[in-house]
Design a protein around this ligand. Structure first.
Ligand SMILES: NC(=O)c1ccc[n+]([C@@H]2O[C@H](COP(=O)([O-])OP(=O)(O)OC[C@H]3O[C@@H](n4cnc5c(N)ncnc54)[C@H](OP(=O)(O)O)[C@@H]3O)[C@@H](O)[C@H]2O)c1
Length: 238
């Protein structure tokens, strides 16, 4: 693993996977800036991450649906840490949008949170990343290439994110690397309480089970460190 001590912006830092990524980065000595929507959750996670590592990492509250979210996050980065060197994109909801009732609004919201705002955020911080030979790692979804029902808006947005980030990998090369992870289903104690659903979903996977946040973190760290990879989409959880 490469020597770290870098400054990483974690977007979606209050989510199940975002928290796990932030914790792993803090543990290996990275500095963090956290962002998500919910102020109270951000404060709690920042406090939690501070315990073994001294100072509590700064955070910026921003709703990616707001047109000024990117400016808010960049202003927070400037005032809290000056600049960032890497970005992990782990944000956004997983809305159920049955196709029969899919609305234009559903598509606009999911595209904004999962694709438009993340792409504009990377653009806004691209010079920071370039100065540090930094990288972007984004959590995408295996459903982009193996779609499932009732999530057309989400899968459309993740597809847009993947295409957009692959384009950025070319635009920003060779100074910035941009990679993605196409995730299968990560175990969720609440959603997985239904044993029939769990069985049905898990049997679709040759490995016969859901993933764990730690297994996702492992791949995030590997891609942050993979200095000879850009524009790649690493599938896990098939
Ligand atoms: N978990 C899985 O099985 C799975 C599978 C495939 C792909 N993924 C992808 O992996 C990423 C993380 O998943 P997860 O399970 O950790 O999700 P999660 O627990 O639902 O967390 C989502 C995060 O995104 C933030 N967020 C949601 N809407 C936002 C908005 N409008 N503006 C700013 N932040 C917003 C949430 O912040 P607040 O808490 O402040 O609302 C939270 O930090 C997502 O991109 C997801 O699509 C996950």
């Amino acid at each position: 693993m490469a020597t770290r001590g870098r400054t990483t912006l974690v977007v979606g830092a209050t989510g199940r996977l975002g928290v796990a990524v932030a914790r792993a980065l803090a543990t290996r000595g990275d500095k963090l800036v956290l962002t998500a929507r919910d102020d109270a959750k951000l404060a709690a996670i920042s406090r939690d991450l501070a315990a073994p590592h001294g100072a509590a990492p700064p955070y910026v509250r921003a709703d990616l649906l707001d047109p000024d979210a990117v400016e808010t996050i960049v202003a927070g980065v400037r005032s809290e840490v000056g600049r960032v060197e890497d970005i992990v994109l782990a944000c956004g909801p997983f809305p159920r949008t049955p196709f029969a009732s899919l609305r234009r609004e559903d598509l606009l919201r999911t595209l904004t949170v999962h694709a438009i705002a993340p792409l504009l955020l990377v653009q806004a911080l691209a010079q920071d990343l370039a100065k540090a030979n930094g990288s972007v790692v984004a959590l995408s979804d295996a459903g982009v290439t193996r779609p499932y029902t009732n999530h057309a808006a989400y899968l459309t947005a993740k597809g847009a994110l993947q295409t957009g980030l692959r384009a950025l990998a070319v635009e920003l090369a060779p100074d910035v690397r941009v990679n993605m992870i196409a995730l299968g289903i990560v175990a969720d104690p609440e959603a997985d309480a239904d044993p029939l659903r769990t069985h049905r979903l898990a049997t679709r996977s040759p490995l016969g089970r859901f993933g764990t946040p730690d297994e996702v973190v492992h791949v995030v760290l590997a891609l942050l460190d993979s200095t000879w990879a850009t524009g790649e989409i690493w599938g896990v959880g098939r």
